[in-house]
Design a protein around this ligand. Structure first.
Ligand SMILES: *[C@@H]1O[C@H](CO)[C@@H](O)[C@H](O)[C@H]1NC(C)=O
Ligand SMILES: *[C@@H]1O[C@H](CO)[C@@H](O)[C@H](O)[C@H]1NC(C)=O
Ligand SMILES: *[C@@H]1O[C@H](CO)[C@@H](O)[C@H](O)[C@H]1NC(C)=O
Ligand SMILES: *[C@@H]1O[C@H](CO)[C@@H](O)[C@H](O)[C@H]1NC(C)=O
Ligand SMILES: *[C@@H]1O[C@H](CO)[C@@H](O)[C@H](O)[C@H]1NC(C)=O
Length: 319
């Protein structure tokens, strides 16, 4: 009996302690919405009116973390982009082909994110994948002429961590040991790029190396290294030259996309990291009606002709 009372008492105290430690939910956005840039459809796959597109793997990648997705359309007014910037909780710049329009829209979100961070201490996370990574470097450097052509297309590799990576937000203490082990020792990262930022060029550039930390390097197909993961020293800006969104969602045979459990763990960590960053931004649409006008549910992905692209499904946007 005494033991039972003691146990109840211990449980009660544990309960109170637990309650005290409960997170203050007012500081966490529990309804994050992440924008993903669309982009002009390459002419090789252009079917009538499919002027812009978004690979569905990026949408699934974000949705699987517990966030909703808004496709950020091309060729819209600045008011449209500003409205989304003030309503969304973060943005992802996806892979693809560099176009003036993509660069133009990416620049708006990048500049506004930096401005809000400096002026009102508001964090609007910006994530770049592959082309998005390259565009981040171009925007920071104010030049499109900073990358070298390289052999980086359709292969998977491990990463080499830089000594300061353990001190970063992306690859620091929140990185589980098993994911770190996989990243460093197994070819979990999928590469689809024809341009590289060489570590020596990065380090020799005072603007880039002041703005970003180089967190990892990877070997290209000629065993020359390139910068593969970056994060801004000051701003909520992160970039990967590789493709974390493909591991669980792109299945074309005869590609090198890793589908091991460990590579999917890597993917999920990266996606969860971005989601977690966006939960610190409290933007929201003015109404659910307004939100619904922009959400991805307004569109339906198409199963794709696998001969022309390695994407399983693509959202096309008609003008
Ligand atoms: C493509 O655009 C033309 C001209 O705007 C329009 O008449 C046609 O219905 C569109 N086709 C599709 C499939 O949306
Ligand atoms: C990278 O650095 C090398 C050596 O200094 C230089 O020759 C090359 O032009 C640089 N590449 C770019 C794209 O700036
Ligand atoms: C990161 O690693 C370096 C050496 O590997 C060590 O000196 C430093 O204390 C580590 N920093 C953190 C935050 O763990
Ligand atoms: C994959 O590659 C093999 C060997 O080159 C080839 O026989 C097969 O047709 C390819 N499959 C597809 C779907 O392209
Ligand atoms: C999520 O964000 C919070 C607040 O910045 C941070 O303390 C936590 O470590 C993050 N968790 C992960 C897994 O990144």
């Amino acid at each position: 009996m005494v033991i039972r009372l003691l146990l109840l008492l211990i449980l009660a105290i544990a309960q109170i302690n637990g309650d005290n430690k409960k997170k203050d939910l007012t500081t966490e956005n529990t309804r994050p919405i992440i924008g993903i840039l669309t982009q002009p459809t390459p002419t090789v796959w252009l079917k009538p009116n499919r002027t812009t597109y978004l690979a569905a793997s990026y949408v699934k990648y974000i949705e699987a973390t517990g966030a909703q997705v808004v496709p950020i359309r091309m060729y819209q007014t600045t008011d449209y982009y500003l409205h989304l910037f003030n309503s969304l909780n973060g943005v992802l710049f996806p892979g693809g082909d560099l176009t003036d329009e993509y660069l133009f829209v990416a620049k708006l979100f990048y500049m506004w994110s930096l401005k809000d961070f400096d002026e009102i201490q508001k964090s609007f996370p910006v994530w770049g994948t592959c082309l998005g990574f390259e565009v981040l470097l171009m925007l920071t450097r104010s030049s499109t002429d900073i990358l070298e052509p390289c052999q980086g297309y359709d292969y998977a590799t491990e990463l080499t961590f830089m000594p300061n990576a353990n001190d970063s937000r992306l690859l620091g203490t929140s990185l589980p040991l098993n994911v770190k082990y996989a990243l460093e020792n197994e070819p979990t990262t999928s590469n689809y790029h024809n341009f590289c930022m060489r570590p020596e060029n990065f380090s020799a550039d005072p603007i880039l190396s002041t703005f970003y930390k180089m967190l990892t390097i990877s070997p290209d197909l000629e065993r020359r290294t390139f910068v593969s993961t970056i994060e801004s020293r000051r701003y909520p800006v992160f970039g990967v030259q590789w493709h974390p969104e493909k591991n669980a969602f792109e299945w074309r045979v005869n590609t090198t996309i890793p589908h091991t459990k460990d590579s999917v763990d890597v993917m999920q960590y990266m996606a969860n990291f971005l989601n977690n960053q966006t939960r610190q931004n409290m933007n929201h649409f003015d109404s659910l009606e307004d939100e619904l006008k922009y959400l991805i549910y307004q569109y339906t992905p198409e199963f794709t002709d696998l001969d022309k692209t390695h994407f399983q499904q693509i959202y096309y946007f008609y003008e």
